[in-house]
Design a protein around this ligand. Structure first.
Ligand SMILES: Nc1ncnc2c1ncn2[C@@H]1O[C@H](COP(=O)(O)OP(=O)(O)OP(=O)(O)O)[C@@H](O)[C@H]1O
Length: 326
């Protein structure tokens, strides 16, 4: 339904998307998660046919966003970062107006307007002026506009940004309801947001995909182990780097005279009981003093923390208890 291949975007000579590849199938909600400035909005704008890619291809429902922009716009509903709303209009007039802009006429228009008003839970404010509504209601009115033409693909840029916890819950529920027969891609810089709403997640960082995972995998992914040895000799490093079951071996830090060894899947895979025993014996024979074993879960949170750590100025970045980068 959404197929992105080698997507590159340059602003002037600055590359902000570095060859993204991903696809999202029908009935799936995919979260595009990344820190500010990582390239989420740029990706969303390209998917919606509002911004041209510098190279690569994007297909929405089989239509190319560059060659078949009109068809793409017909199949896409887009809720941008700051949705354009006529604040002086009443909700019902605005939704009717959007339907008219989409060339939905006559009886069809009435049906379409009633449908989105019902779907987006705004029936109790239809005769109120948009500018007087709470941000949560305004967001739902904007959703009405994005859904009026029954798009198969829905693109939501930070849909819960700036909403209070109640409004967030409401919008999340709405997204789930809307998503059942559609493909939805939403962006967020809030980990808990994608965890609550999405079936799969793509973590984007500096315009690169840092990880792709389905939320199911996140819960079931096996553990890996990080061993620390009190010996920063070239010898020990070299020895570990030569082993095919070692994923990485590196000095812990300049100050600390230790090395960190991460064992790969060959080491801890299902049938690895025997393997672990053999490998441990080999390590013992080398006399490398083991000072710590850390169990790690390769879940979304760990991947996201790695991404945050790799941000410039990361020492100041923290994640709040709700998963927001602060
Ligand atoms: N029109 C533009 N011209 C030049 N640079 C731009 C333009 N729009 C975005 N950028 C830059 O491209 C990079 C990616 O921006 P983008 O808005 O796509 O990221 P984002 O992940 O959506 O961030 P945020 O969460 O802050 O909206 C940033 O470094 C941004 O400064």
């Amino acid at each position: 339904m959404i197929e992105v291949k080698g997507l590159v975007k340059l602003y002037g000579d600055r590359k902000v998307l570095h060859g993204l590849n991903f696809s999202v199938g029908t009935g799936r909600v995919c979260g595009l998660l990344g820190p500010n400035g990582s390239g989420k909005s740029t990706t969303m704008d390209i998917l919606a046919g509002l911004l041209g890619p510098s190279s690569g291809s994007v297909q929405i429902c089989g239509y190319d966003v560059v060659e078949q922009t009109q068809e793409v716009k017909e199949h896409v509903g887009y809720l941008p970062d700051n949705p354009p709303l006529y604040k002086e209009m009443k909700v019902i007039d605005f939704v009717n107006y959007v339907a008219k802009l989409r060339s939905i006429g006559g009886k069809n228009r009435k049906t379409a307007v009633e449908r989105v008003i019902e779907d987006c839970d705004v029936s109790d404010v239809t005769h109120r002026v948009i500018g007087n509504l709470s941000k949560g209601y305004r967001q739902r009115v904007a959703l009405c506009a994005a859904l009026i033409h029954q798009p198969k693909v829905l693109i939501l840029d930070e849909p819960t940004e700036g909403l209070d916890p109640n409004q967030i819950l409401h919008i999340r529920k709405l997204i789930k309801k809307i998503a059942s027969e559609r493909t939805v891609i939403l962006s967020s810089h809030i980990l808990s947001e994608v965890q609550a709403t999405c079936d799969e997640v793509i973590i984007i960082n500096h315009g690169h995909i840092a990880a792709k995972t389905s939320m199911q995998n996140d819960k079931t992914k096996p553990l890996y182990y990080l061993y620390t040895f009190a010996s920063k000799t070239e010898n020990a490093l070299h020895w570990f780097q030569q082993r095919n079951y070692v994923k990485s071996a590196k000095p812990m830090s300049q100050k600390n005279n230790s090395i960190l060894v991460e064992f790969g899947s060959e080491f801890w895979a299902d049938s690895a009981g025997e393997n672990i025993a053999n490998v441990t014996e080999q390590i013992v024979q080398q006399n490398f003093p083991l000072i710590g074993i850390e169990e790690k879960k390769e879940g979304l949170e760990e991947i996201f923390f790695e991404v945050i750590r790799s941000q410039p100025g990361h020492h100041q970045a923290q994640i709040s208890p709700t998963g927001e980068i602060i």
